[in-house]
Design a protein around this ligand. Structure first.
Ligand SMILES: *Cc1c(COP(=O)(O)O)cnc(C)c1O
Length: 391
């Protein structure tokens, strides 16, 4: 055997164990050839599991902008933004996002994951405190670990628990960062950002929200800090360009000194190549569409609500509607059943969600047809909900 045999053996044994637990994952080639149409395993399906909530990745204006930017600036940016990768489109997009989020400034990263890995350790470290919602996205928690700050997890959306942790630990720490998703990616519910902002202020803590699933679709497209009209006092508004914006990349909107500091110190900005011009141009064009058509931005939540109301589920707060099944195999079977009927709804399993809460995660987009939603709801009522009750 070669020197890699223990490595191959390690990987094969790990895979076999994951397979036995129904936790092995596979990449399935998916040809998205329309707003909600996909071809998978040779079959045409209507996708209800894409985060392109406004279908902007297929919008003619967005595609034209990406093509024009490629013609003008090339396919890649060629270096870190701090070396020669800072093509002129970055400043345009940063100004647009800052305006949308009512912040002084904005900085763009290579992705949302990279943004959180860069921002959190730049702001806090050993001697500081992080308090994070237990359902925060994986990359907020990865940034937390990387920072070396003392970290405590509060129960999901539990303000009393957050306050308890602040009372117990805030005084002993230099700085304190509070982390939460604005819209929870696997549950679709919203963080109580106004109340959290008040708590943060009272304890001199810095509130950072990950608005990956809010921008473009909530608060007239401005995101989860703007629900109900007035802006919540969130000094660190982070998000992604990879979902409703239909492109790729991450951002932080904040005050000018904070953004300037992040540009100087966030390692994932300094040591990673800037986004390709096409991605930045596509995001700018997507923001044009969102700002010009606020009624269009409201459609994904409306469609999600048609689904929850047809099923008698709690009213959707975002375009994301989970149906928790619990067991991994039952969830995979439920997903296969829907696929056989022409609907793509991926099974979400641990560790993406807590053990015992495997689920179907339905996402709704502006382009979903009402009759498809009605047919999906009827199928779920007849064939999926009874299984859940039987668990
Ligand atoms: C998808 C997601 C991210 C990561 O963003 P990418 O741009 O895809 O890297 C971060 N946070 C949340 C809550 C997400 O859902």
């Amino acid at each position: 055997m070669t020197g890699t045999s223990s490595l191959d053996g390690f990987a094969a044994a790990k895979l076999a164990s994951l397979e036995a637990q129904r936790l092995r994952r596979r990449l399935v080639e998916t040809d998205r050839h329309g707003e909600v149409a996909v071809r998978r395993n040779g079959r045409e399906l209507v996708s209800f599991c894409c985060n392109d909530y406004l279908n902007l990745s297929h919008h003619p204006r967005v595609i034209a902008a990406a093509l024009a930017a490629t013609e003008r600036y090339g396919t890649g940016s060629g270096a870190s933004r701090l070396v020669t990768g800072n093509h002129p489109l970055f400043a345009v997009l940063e100004a647009r996002l800052a305006r949308l989020k009512q912040a002084e400034d904005c900085v763009i990263f290579g992705s949302g994951y990279l943004a959180n890995l860069g921002i959190v350790p730049a702001l806090v470290g050993p001697g500081d405190l992080i308090l994070a919602d237990e359902l925060s996205h994986s990359c907020l928690l990865a940034g937390t670990r990387l920072s070396g700050a003392e970290a405590h997890i509060f129960r999901h959306n539990d303000l009393a628990h957050l306050e308890e942790l602040l009372a117990a630990h805030r005084a002993g720490a230099r700085h304190c960062l509070i982390l939460t998703d604005g819209v929870f990616s696997m549950d679709g519910d919203l963080a109580p950002v106004h109340e959290m902002a008040a708590l943060a202020k009272a304890h001199d803590a810095w509130l950072m929200t990950d608005d990956a699933h809010g921008i473009g679709v909530l608060g007239e497209g401005r995101g989860s800090s703007f629900i109900g009209g007035a802006k919540a006092d969130v000094p660190l508004q982070m998000g992604t360009l990879s979902k409703a914006i239909g492109s790729y990349g991450g951002y932080l909107c904040a005050s000018r000194p904070v953004v300037d500091f992040i540009r100087t110190r966030a390692r994932t900005l300094i040591y990673s190549t800037g986004l390709p011009p096409a991605s930045v141009a596509a995001a700018i064009a997507a923001l044009d569409v969102i700002e010009e058509e606020p009624d269009y931005a409201a459609l994904p939540v409306k469609k999600a609500r048609a689904f929850t109301s047809a099923l008698g589920l709690p009213e959707a707060e975002s375009p994301i509607v989970p149906i928790v099944i619990g067991d991994e195999k039952a969830t995979l079977d439920a997903s296969a059943l829907l696929e056989a009927e022409g609907f793509l709804v991926t099974a979400i399993r641990p560790p993406t969600v807590p053990a015992g809460t495997a689920r179907l995660r339905f996402t709704f987009t502006a382009a979903h047809r009402d009759e498809d939603i009605a047919r999906l709801a009827a199928l779920v009522r007849a064939r999926i909900l009874p299984r859940r009750a039987a668990e």
